[in-house]
Design a protein. Structure first.
Length: 297
C-alpha cells in the first residue's frame, strides 16, 4: 500500500505472563474485539495482529500467548516459540504487567525482552489497586531493574490512559508506509475469529472444569450476502471431557453456541446459523501434524 513520506507504521508486541490483560488491552486500543478474553491463563494461543489507523499513523499490535512456565508439552513449547519470535521482529514492545504485582513469571518475561528495541512498561489494572500510593514505589522499583523507554500505567478495562500510551508508542514508530488498508482491523480471516469466539465461550463457561487441552476449528463455512452457515468442531483429548462440555441436558453446549452465534453475527453483520459438536482426539496437543493443521507453527 502506498503512503505519504510522513506516514508512520510499526509492529508493537504485547508481552507478559498469562493473565496480565494483554488481549483486553489490544481490544481496547484497537476498539474491536480481535483477541478473545477469559479469566483462564493462556486464553490466547496464536500470534494475532490488531490494526489501528489514525490518519498518517498505523499501529499494528501483535498479541502473543502469555509466556508459559507452568506446563510442559508440545503445544506450550510452540506457543513460547511464538513469543520469542514475535519479540525479535517488532519495532516496539509493551511489557504488560499487573500493577503492584511482580512474580517469577514476570521475571522470566523480563529476561526475554529485546535490548535492541524500545520497551514500554505498562502496569495494567490500576483500577484494581486498593492502595494507589503503592503505584509510584512499584514503578520506581521496576525501572531500576530494567531500562524501560517509558512507563504508562493503564486500565485496559476502563480505558484509562490509553491515549497517552498511544502517544508514547508513536514516538518510537518508524516512518514507513502502512501495512494494511485504513479500515483493516486484523490480519486474521473471519473463520479464525469465529473459532476463537467459540473457544472464548467454552473457557468462560466451563473453563474451571474443562482441562486446558481443548480447541476449536471450523469444518464448514457456507456464506451468502445475507447469511452464513457454520459447522464448528470442539476438539478434546478425552471421552470424559464430553459430558463436561455438554452439561446437564446439553445446556452448556447450547449456551456456548448461542453466545458465540451472537458474537459472530456482530462480527459479520449478517445472520448466522451455528452448529457446534464435539470430537475426541486422544493426545492431540502432542501430535505435530495436527498442531500444524490447527495453525500452531
Amino acid at each position: 500500500m502506498t503512503a505519504s513520506h510522513t506516514s508512520q507504521c510499526g509492529l508493537i508486541a504485547m508481552a507478559g505472563r498469562p493473565n496480565t490483560g494483554k488481549s483486553t488491552l489490544m481490544n481496547a486500543l484497537t476498539g474491536s474485539k480481535i483477541s478473545i478474553v477469559s479469566r483462564r491463563a493462556q486464553t490466547t494461543r496464536h500470534r494475532i495482529q490488531g490494526v489501528l489507523t489514525q490518519g498518517p499513523v498505523q499501529y499494528v499490535f501483535v498479541d502473543t500467548p502469555g509466556f508459559q512456565t507452568q506446563h510442559a508439552g508440545n503445544l506450550n513449547r510452540k506457543m513460547n516459540r511464538v513469543v520469542r519470535q514475535t519479540l525479535a521482529d517488532v519495532d516496539v514492545v509493551l511489557h504488560v504487567v499487573e500493577a503492584g504485582r511482580w512474580t517469577a513469571d514476570d521475571e522470566k518475561v523480563l529476561s526475554l525482552l529485546p535490548r535492541s528495541r524500545p520497551v514500554i512498561l505498562v502496569p495494567n489494572k490500576i483500577d484494581r489497586m486498593r492502595d494507589k500510593s503503592r503505584l509510584l514505589p512499584y514503578v520506581s522499583e521496576r525501572t531500576q531493574a530494567y531500562d524501560y523507554a517509558a512507563v504508562v500505567p493503564v486500565s485496559a478495562q476502563r480505558g484509562t490512559q490509553l491515549t497517552h500510551l498511544l502517544e508514547e508508542i508513536q514516538q518510537h514508530l518508524p516512518q514507513a508506509a502502512h501495512l494494511f488498508d485504513e479500515d483493516a482491523l486484523t490480519d486474521r480471516p473471519v473463520r479464525f475469529l469465529a473459532a476463537e469466539l467459540i473457544r472464548e465461550k467454552i473457557f468462560r463457561l466451563v473453563g474451571d472444569e474443562l482441562p486446558y487441552s481443548c480447541d476449536v476449528y471450523i469444518e464448514q463455512w457456507n456464506e451468502t450476502d445475507r447469511a452464513v452457515d457454520i459447522a464448528a468442531c470442539v476438539l478434546v483429548e478425552r471421552e470424559s471431557h464430553r459430558p463436561i462440555l455438554l452439561g446437564a441436558g446439553g445446556l452448556h453446549m447450547k449456551r456456548i453456541a448461542t453466545e458465540a452465534r451472537h458474537d459472530i453475527m456482530r462480527l459479520l453483520d449478517k445472520h448466522v446459523s451455528l452448529d457446534v459438536y464435539i470430537k475426541v482426539r486422544k493426545g492431540w496437543t502432542q501430535q505435530e501434524s495436527l498442531l500444524r493443521e490447527l495453525g500452531y507453527d
